[in-house]
Design a protein around this ligand. Structure first.
Ligand SMILES: [Mg+2]
Length: 240
């Protein structure tokens, strides 16, 4: 039988980064009141994530690409992610970053912090010649309205039923995906959601907390998979 592996899925904005960069871009370049309204509509399930990004791109108007790049380069990641990433590669734990944000700034942040080797999936963002922002959704699935990049599908495609899956996230786009994983590390909105839905999770502040808990879990003789996550996976297969 294939050896059980631990697969780690990590959200990007607000989890690896200190700020939600996608939101920060639209707050900076869009009309703040409209941005606020669009994001509220998303969080209250009135629009999908894809609709949200399309409306935000629309409200940003024409953007100067150099200003956008300079702005992105002021953003920072949580430094504890650097040592966590090293810990994972030393222990052969695969990290896959799942972002409902955009390649445009993820690439820049990976270069800034020398994380270029990390595998990630996200939506696409480009600045058109007229300065308008346009978003693309190569991993869209209509069954997942809360994340335009269907995180659940990446989890299923990158893990077997035997693997132990770990999810680390903080927000709206993680709510569905996290439920497919055995061990959930949650903060902010995702933690509130898991508490309300009675989904077991580990609260965390930074990646040192995650690393300490993972070491503890890896040392357990009988590490158990989460039954509800197994049921979720099964129902996803049946729906295909
Ligand atoms: Mg996030």
């Amino acid at each position: 039988m294939k050896k059980r592996e631990i697969k780690i899925f990590v959200d990007f904005d607000g989890t690896i980064t200190l700020q939600d960069i996608g939101e920060a871009i639209f707050n900076k370049f869009g009309d703040a009141q409209r941005v606020d309204k669009i994001i509220t509509n998303l969080l209250e399930d009135r629009i999908s994530s894809k609709q949200c990004w399309d409306e935000l791109c629309d409200c940003a108007g024409a953007v100067n690409p150099d200003e956008l790049v300079d702005f992105v380069n002021t953003m920072e990641i949580d430094q504890s992610f650097i040592s966590f990433n090293e810990f994972c590669s030393e222990n052969n734990l695969e990290i896959i970053v799942l972002s409902d944000g955009f390649d445009f700034y993820i690439d820049k942040m990976f270069v800034k912090y020398k994380l270029e080797g990390l595998k990630y999936y996200s939506n696409n963002l480009k600045v058109e010649v007229n300065g308008r922002l346009s978003a693309g959704y190569p991993h869209y699935d209509a069954d997942s309205p809360t994340s335009a990049n269907c995180k659940r599908n990446h989890i299923i495609n990158h893990s077997s039923d035997e693997d132990y899956t770990v999810y680390i996230g903080d927000g709206n786009s993680d709510k569905e995906a996290a439920q497919y994983c055995d061990f959930i590390f949650a903060k902010k909105d995702l933690a509130r959601f898991c508490s309300m839905e009675r989904i077991s999770f580990y609260p965390f502040n930074d990646f040192n907390d995650v690393q300490n808990k993972l070491v503890e879990l890896m040392n357990k003789k009988n590490l158990r998979k989460r039954h509800q996550a197994q049921l979720k996976r099964r129902s996803a297969y049946l729906a295909e």
